[in-house]
Ligand binder design. Structure first.
Ligand SMILES: Nc1nc2c(ncn2[C@@H]2O[C@H](COP(=O)(O)OP(=O)(O)OP(=O)(O)O)[C@@H](O)[C@H]2O)c(=O)[nH]1
Ligand SMILES: *[C@@H]1O[C@H](CO)[C@@H](O)[C@H](O)[C@H]1NC(C)=O
Ligand SMILES: *[C@@H]1O[C@H](CO)[C@@H](O)[C@H](O)[C@H]1NC(C)=O
Ligand SMILES: [Mg+2]
Length: 262
């Protein structure tokens, strides 16, 4: 009788130890997983993209060094660095925020931008799409609309989307277009291009359909009755005006502040 109780007791202890070990294992594994996801969400990444010669590298230098470069040449590789702006008036600690500037040619985008986005889209807190407002004619608008139709399916592919700042640079030229006008022109052009794409889709083969269907899936909610509206996207889109040369970038720094805070 006694020996049976003894046996039960010893079994109890082994069971007890085993379950403790199991519990600790479970806690360690889940905390590691949580830490990993938290870390991913907390790394604050911003990308600067836009057409050639719109001022990406000047903006990048201003944001990461506080100064403008003496001279820039067409970029052939990305620039990556920590955001370094005077934050005393914003009360926001930007010390872990990383900004990168991607070259604009399609070859360079295939090489650097798209691989970066497909790897790191979930840690991307925002995208700055900088345009030259003094060069914004119909052709320029067409280029930007096409570019956005490639980028938006990527930024809209995550829950809530990636927030976008369309920064209308070079407002120091008196010929520069106003953000409200640029907003309108872009919506009309994207509506037109999307309509063309859908019509081609009906006509042509399966391979085109593969591309089109993907585009439609993540973007179709933004086409209200066929009309594209930025406000219908999951990510928030802000049209900002400024001028890197004359240091008129307050609206953009406010935007960074807002996007890093939440
Ligand atoms: N007037 C004016 N010119 C600007 C401004 N910002 C940049 N520029 C000029 O625009 C040109 C392009 O500037 P970058 O910063 O090199 O532009 P980028 O977009 O990096 O160019 P790529 O790397 O070739 O795509 C340069 O000649 C700059 O001096 C601005 O706010 N006002
Ligand atoms: C910002 O945060 C970092 C750690 O994340 C800290 O080392 C640094 O002192 C902080 N800077 C300011 C100005 O609060
Ligand atoms: C994704 O981000 C990490 C960390 O910022 C970086 O090291 C890596 O090169 C990025 N991926 C690509 C394909 O650029
Ligand atoms: Mg550049």
């Amino acid at each position: 009788m006694n020996s049976i109780i003894e046996l039960l007791k010893s079994m109890d202890t082994t069971m007890f130890v085993a379950s403790i070990v199991l519990a600790i294992l479970v806690i360690v594994v889940t905390s590691l997983m949580v830490q990993k996801t938290l870390f991913k969400r907390n790394s604050r990444n911003f990308v600067i993209v836009g057409p050639p010669q719109s001022g990406k590298t000047n903006l990048f230098q201003r944001l990461t060094t506080g100064k403008l470069p003496v001279l820039t040449v067409t970029s052939i590789q990305p620039n990556v660095g920590p955001l370094k702006v005077d934050n005393s008036q914003y009360g926001e600690n930007f010390s872990d925020v990383i900004v990168s500037d991607y070259p604009a040619s399609s070859k360079m985008k295939n090489l650097y931008l798209y691989p970066f986005l497909s790897d790191n889209i979930s840690s991307c807190r925002g995208m700055v799409y900088i345009i030259d407002a003094s060069a914004f004619d119909a052709e320029y608008c067409h280029y930007v609309a096409n570019d956005l139709l490639t980028l938006l399916p990527i930024t809209e592919s995550i829950p809530n989307g990636v927030d976008l700042a369309i920064f209308c640079n070079k407002c120091d030229y008196f010929t520069s277009r106003k953000p409200a006008k640029i907003h309108l022109m872009l919506e009309q052009e994207i509506t037109k291009l999307y309509g063309l794409k859908l019509r081609n889709l009906e006509k042509v083969s399966e391979s085109a359909e593969d591309m089109g269907v993907e585009l439609e899936d993540s973007l179709n909610t933004a086409f209200n009755g066929g009309q594209f509206k930025f406000e219908m996207l999951e990510g928030n889109v802000d049209f900002l005006e400024g001028n890197v040369f004359k240091d008129k970038i307050d609206s953009l720094i406010d935007w960074f502040c807002e996007k890093t805070a939440n």
